[in-house]
Design a protein around this ligand. Structure first.
Ligand code: NDP
Length: 373
């Protein structure tokens, strides 16, 4: 049987990676979740909003969680609700739809809502959940631009609830090992990051290719992994971006839906990053970090795993644990115990990525270098 310590070791999370007890920038834990001496025995009770492809993956992964449990759903599809109720033993009283879910405020058996719907819906849904007094986890991209992301952060702060973004790679063991090595100076002075993120998208009628629901194309969906990865791999925030777009199929990738964007970022120390985001190429999931004394390369670097790679010291060999299982147990520790992750997953972290995406779109439009400071 897995103990909490075994779980943390398998996940590559140490007491440092999830250190207690403060979580700056947030009010005390909500009324429904008082921080108590025994909080490490508590289980986070989760309702998933949006029972689609990724929501299903999260629900399955949570079955192996020690500290997070699926207890409720919010869905617009009654047939899915019936299936989930019987599969996961969810009671009727914990099932909501998009019209009535504000009533979750009167449900003491749900601690947090995990929003896993199309991107453009996140803002209103997150704000409604926060106003209902429940903690919120929201999928990436948190919103369709930085202003909306900031409004979500502000609403959650005003409501005194935690707001976390579903950045599962922030808890992945091999990723954390590279970050540890970088912090320990094992790569020397970091000089360069390369991120390649893409896949070939299918069905042209899906919401990902509808700007009203997606807020953008490959960049919002998959390019964000290279942006976020550049930040946690280098440990710096970019100060400028340049970007170029290529569109080979303007019918499938209509106005407002980027197909392929190459972009570059500059960081305060002089580190540069060169990245590719695309909906037109498969087998594109690679990070490369170069320093004066070593390197790390990961391929795959952000897929569902196992994450594989090597550094100048040899192969990365941390065991694979289903990312969403690790993420949800770690998020339970953040919300219930006030643990601090090694790489932040709060709403502000999401806004940083959204500001960079806004700047990349501006750079594509203007052809100019866009400053981020
Ligand atoms: P899906 O289309 O598979 O599912 C989205 C679900 O949202 C639908 O099944 C539906 O659930 C609900 N929904 C509510 N309103 C709408 C609407 N107008 N149109 C379509 N669906 C609607 O998408 P994904 O699960 O792949 O993606 C959802 C979110 O998760 C996105 O933000 C995406 O970026 C993110 N994601 C994150 C991943 C990660 O690795 N972190 C991986 C994949 C996605 P219902 O019928 O129950 O209402």
């Amino acid at each position: 049987m897995k103990t909490r310590r075994n779980f943390l070791q398998a996940a590559g999370l140490s007491a440092v990676a999830l250190s207690l007890p403060s979580f700056p920038g947030y009010a005390a834990l909500s009324k429904s979740e008082p921080l108590s001496k025994n909080s490490q025995d508590r289980v986070l009770r989760v309702a998933i909003m949006g029972l689609g492809s990724y929501g299903t993956r999260v629900a399955e992964a949570m079955q192996d969680c020690k500290r997070a449990k699926l207890v409720g759903v919010i869905s617009g599809t009654p047939s899915k609700v019936e299936t989930w109720k019987s599969k996961y033993g969810i009671p009727d009283k914990n099932c909501y739809n998009y019209e009535n879910f504000d009533a979750i405020k009167d449900n003491p058996d749900i601690d947090v809502v995990y929003v896993i719907t199309p991107n453009a819906l996140h803002k209103d849904q997150v704000i409604r959940v926060a106003k209902a007094g429940k903690h919120v986890i929201c999928e990436k991209p948190m919103a369709v631009n930085a202003a909306d992301g900031q409004a979500m952060v502000d609403a959650c702060k005003a409501a005194g609830v935690f707001f976390l973004i579903g950045y599962r790679m922030h808890f992945e063991a091999n990723t954390l090992e590279v970050v540890r090595m970088r912090k320990a100076g094992e790569f020397g002075e970091i000089k360069f990051f390369q991120g390649l993120s893409g896949f070939r998208i299918g069905d042209p009628t899906q919401w990902r290719l509808n700007p009203a629901l997606s807020g953008g194309g490959a960049m919002m969906d998959i390019g964000i992994y290279s942006i976020n990865g550049a930040r946690y791999m280098t440990g710096e925030e970019p100060i400028w971006v340049t970007a170029q777009e290529v569109k080979t199929d303007p019918v499938k990738f209509k106005e407002g839906i980027d197909e392929t964007i190459t972009f570059q970022m500059g960081f305060p120390s002089g580190v540069i990053a060169s990245c590719l985001s695309t909906y037109s190429m498969n087998n594109l999931d690679k990070f490369f970090l170069n320093g004066t004394q070593g390197f790390a390369e990961m391929q795959p670097s952000t897929g569902y795993g196992p994450i594989e790679g090597r550094t100048h010291k040899g192969p990365l060999g941390k065991p694979h644990v289903t990312h969403q299982t690790t993420q949800m147990d770690a998020m339970a520790a953040i919300i219930l115990d006030g643990a601090q992750p090694e790489i932040p997953v709060d709403g502000e972290e999401g806004v940083k990525d959204m500001k960079i995406i806004d700047a990349i779109f501006e750079a594509v439009k203007t052809g100019k270098k866009v400053s981020l400071v």
